[in-house]
Design a protein around this ligand. Structure first.
Ligand code: C5P
Length: 220
């Protein structure tokens, strides 16, 4: 069984690229960010202050995250409820970034993530997959892009959806999120020593996909 880990900051295009590669290689795609987002949704619904670690710790045993697949698309269940349609907001993303720093939150998801890798060929993306969740992954990729390029992509995405967007605010949010993810004590975002660095700033999606598939061919 093979496992591929793709880590990197918010907005680097991880999920688009990971989905495409998983399809190409016929691997199962596991989006771990969605799991942190499902936990964040629980904290929001229960009006738990993200700064209150004690309250977060108390809530964790009541949170059960699981996933299943519908037509090959990952669905995240929060205590049995499919929350896929509710977790893609900035509010949930910010809550996930803050609360994913806590030990209990990470411990709640770690076994689920590791167990998934035991069942099939998987491609898992997140922040700490190569460094922490799957340290023995067959291939580790650290996918990044400059904050400016990431903000431009996000801005374009919103404008295309007809949503009003402020470029500077988007870039500022990206920089804050990077800092939170990179500077936390537990499982911070960083490139694993044995990860291949892919900077997608000046690459198309197809070029990134081809580069990662070529890396996989080398280790297969
Ligand atoms: O990738 P996505 O934006 O969905 O992730 C939301 C948040 O979840 C991230 O900002 C990060 O704080 C957290 N996360 C994490 N470890 C992972 C995946 C996501 O801490 N493996």
């Amino acid at each position: 069984m093979y496992s591929i880990a793709i880590d990197g900051p918010a907005g680097a295009g991880k999920s688009t690229i990971a989905k495409t590669i998983a399809k190409k290689l016929e691997f199962i795609y596991v989006d771990t960010g969605a799991m942190y987002r499902a936990m964040a949704l629980y904290f929001i619904r229960h009006e738990i202050d993200p700064k209150d670690e004690e309250a977060i710790n108390k809530a964790c045993p009541d949170i059960h995250v699981s996933i299943n697949y519908e037509d090959g698309v990952q669905q995240v269940l929060l205590n049995g409820e499919n929350v896929n349609g509710l977790i893609r907001t900035e509010e949930v993303g910010n809550m996930a970034s803050k609360t994913s720093a806590y030990k209990m939150v990470r411990a709640t998801l770690l076994d689920l993530q590791r167990d998934l890798a035991k069942t099939a060929n998987i491609l898992m993306d997140g922040r700490d997959i190569g460094t922490n969740v799957l340290p023995n992954a067959d291939l580790k990729i650290y996918l990044t892009a400059s904050s400016k390029v990431r903000a431009e992509r996000r801005y374009k995405e919103l404008v295309e959806k007809g949503v009003e967007a402020d470029f500077d605010k988007i870039e500022e949010d990206i920089i804050i999120r990077d800092r939170q993810d990179m500077e936390r004590e537990i499982a911070p975002l960083k490139q694993a020593e044995d990860a291949v660095l892919v900077d997608s700033s000046d690459m198309t999606i197809e070029e990134v996909v081809d580069a990662i598939v070529a890396e996989f061919e080398k280790v297969k």
